[in-house]
Design a protein around this ligand. Structure first.
Ligand code: GLU
Length: 427
C-alpha cells in the first residue's frame, strides 16, 4: 500500500511497517536485516475456555507475539481489550523492540493481548481468564525468554495471577517471570508510576530544547488510566496547569486548570473524570485540538491522523500511548513545527523500571524508590538527548526532512541491526 493511499485509521502493523521502511531507506539499512525485522520471530494464538460465574463456558482468543530477541529476552505487556487483533499485537511487539533498544536495556520486544472487554467480567472470571492465558502461553515465556508486564486494562493484580500461575506450573516461585507485580511479591518501588514519570522527564527535556517554560504551561491529557492518571499529578507538581483530561466516558475542560488532587480523588470515588464539579464537558476529539502547550495522548493507537493533525495546536506532543500518531500525521506535525516525543522514547519509563524490577528479582536485592527514580531519570534523559541530537544532526541532510520519530528509529534500528549482524542468522 502506498503511503498516500493510507486510510485515516491505519492497521497498526501497516503503520509499524511504514515507519520501519521510511527509516530503513533513510539509513540505508541492509535489505537482509530489514527483511528479518519486518516480521515477528514468533506469534502464538491461544484459545481460552473460561468458566463464567453462572456455570457457562466462554472461549476467548489471545496472542503472544515475540518480535525480536536479538538484544536479549523478549519483553512487553499484555492488554485485555475488545479490539485486540493479531496485527495490533504484532505492531506493539515491534515497537517494544525499538523502545528497549532506545533506552539501552538488554531486551528484545514482545506483546500479548486477549480479545475481551474486561468490564463485562467479574473479578473471579477475570482471574480465571488471566491464569488460563498465562498457562497457555507458558511454553514460550520465562525469566530468560520472554517477560510479560501490564498494559491496557491489566495491572499489578493481573501480574500477581500471572506470576502465581507460572510458579505453580514449574513448582517453585519465579518472581522474575513477570514485571509490574505488587511490591510484596517482588515488585519494584516506583514501577506503577514509572511510565508517567518517564513521560514527565521527557517533557522536561523537550521544554528545555524548545524554550518552553513549564511553570504554568497548559496541558491536555487524553486517557486517565495508569499512564494519563499518574501523569496529571506529576505534571501538576512540576508547575503545569492541567486544563483538559478524558477517559472512555468523555472529556472535561477548565481553561483555569483543575485542582488535580481533587480530580484524582473524584476519579477514585466515581470511576470516571466525568461529573467533576466546575468542569465543562467537551468532545473527546476536541481535547486533542485544544490550544495547549503540551498534549499527552495516553490512550490507544491511531487517534492523531491525517484529518485532525492539521488542527492540533500543541507545542509539544508527548506520546504516552503506543502508536497514537499515524505516519501521515507525523509529517503534518513536523511541518507545523510541533515537537513530537515519540512513543518508543516517551513511554519507555515503564519498561525501564520493569528492567529494574527484573534485575532486583534476579538478585533478590531491592532498591529504594529514590534509587529507582534517579536511575530512571538518568536513562530517560540520556535517551532523550541521543534522539534529539540525531534529529538535529540529520534533519536538514535530506530534502524529505526528518521526524523525531525517525530519529528515534535510527537509533533503535541501528542497535538491533548491529546485534543481528554480530550474532548472525542461525543456522
Ligand atoms: N506495557 C508497557 C509498554 O508498552 C510496559 C512493558 C513492560 O514493562 O514490559 O511499554
Amino acid at each position: 500500500m502506498a503511503d498516500d493511499e493510507a486510510p485515516t485509521h491505519m492497521n497498526p502493523y501497516e503503520m509499524a511497517l511504514v515507519q520501519l521502511r521510511h527509516v530503513a531507506r533513510r539509513m540505508k539499512l541492509d535489505p537482509n536485516v530489514h527483511e528479518v525485522l519486518k516480521t515477528p520471530m514468533r506469534s502464538l494464538e491461544v484459545y481460552l475456555p473460561v468458566r463464567m460465574d453462572n456455570g457457562t463456558i466462554r472461549v476467548f482468543t489471545g496472542f503472544r507475539v515475540q518480535h525480536s530477541m536479538a538484544r536479549g529476552p523478549a519483553k512487553g505487556g499484555v492488554r485485555f481489550h475488545q479490539n485486540v487483533t493479531e496485527d495490533e499485537v504484532k505492531a506493539l511487539a515491534m515497537w517494544m523492540t525499538w523502545k528497549c533498544a532506545i533506552v539501552g536495556i538488554p531486551y528484545g520486544g514482545a506483546k500479548g493481548g486477549v480479545i475481551v472487554d474486561p468490564r463485562e467480567l467479574t473479578h473471579t472470571e477475570l482471574e480465571r481468564l488471566a491464569r488460563r492465558y498465562f498457562s497457555e502461553i507458558g511454553p514460550i515465556i520465562g525469566p530468560q525468554v520472554d517477560i510479560p508486564a501490564p498494559d491496557v486494562n491489566t495491572n499489578a493484580q493481573t501480574m500477581a495471577w500471572f506470576m502465581d500461575t507460572y510458579s505453580m506450573n514449574v513448582g517453585h516461585a519465579v518472581p522474575s517471570s513477570v514485571t509490574g507485580k505488587p511490591i510484596d511479591i517482588g515488585g519494584s518501588e516506583g514501577r506503577e508510576k514509572a511510565t508517567s514519570r518517564g513521560i514527565t522527564y521527557c517533557i522536561r527535556e523537550a521544554a528545555k530544547v524548545t524554550g518552553l517554560d513549564l511553570d504554568g504551561a497548559t496541558v491536555a491529557i487524553q486517557g486517565f488510566g495508569n499512564v494519563g492518571g499518574n501523569c496529571a499529578p506529576l505534571l501538576y507538581e512540576m508547575g503545569c496547569t492541567i486544563v483538559a483530561v478524558s477517559d472512555v466516558n468523555g472529556a472535561i475542560h477548565d481553561p483555569d486548570g483543575f485542582d488535580v488532587h481533587k480530580l484524582t480523588k473524584h476519579v477514585r470515588s466515581t470511576g470516571t473524570v466525568m461529573g467533576f464539579p466546575g468542569a465543562k464537558e467537551i468532545q473527546n476529539a476536541d481535547l486533542l485540538e485544544l490550544d495547549v502547550d503540551v498534549l499527552v495522548p495516553a490512550a490507544l493507537e491511531g487517534v492523531i491522523h491525517k484529518d485532525n493533525a492539521p488542527n492540533l495546536r500543541c507545542k509539544i506532543l508527548a506520546e504516552g500511548a503506543n502508536g497514537p500518531t499515524t505516519p501521515q500525521a507525523d509529517k503534518i506535525l513536523r511541518d507545523k513545527g510541533v515537537y513530537l516525543i515519540p512513543d518508543v522514547l516517551c513511554n519507555a519509563g515503564g519498561v525501564t523500571v520493569s528492567y529494574f524490577e527484573w534485575v532486583q528479582g534476579l538478585n533478590s536485592f531491592f532498591w529504594t524508590e529514590d534509587e529507582v527514580n534517579e536511575r530512571l531519570d538518568r536513562i530517560m534523559t540520556k535517551a532523550f538527548h541521543q534522539v534529539h541530537d540525531i534529529w538535529e544532526r540529520e534533519k536538514d541532510k535530506d530534502e524529505d526532512g526528518l521526524t523525531t520519530r525517525q530519529a528515534a528509529y535510527m537509533l533503535a534500528v541501528k542497535r538491533v541491526a548491529d546485534a543481528i549482524k554480530k550474532r548472525g542468522i542461525f543456522p
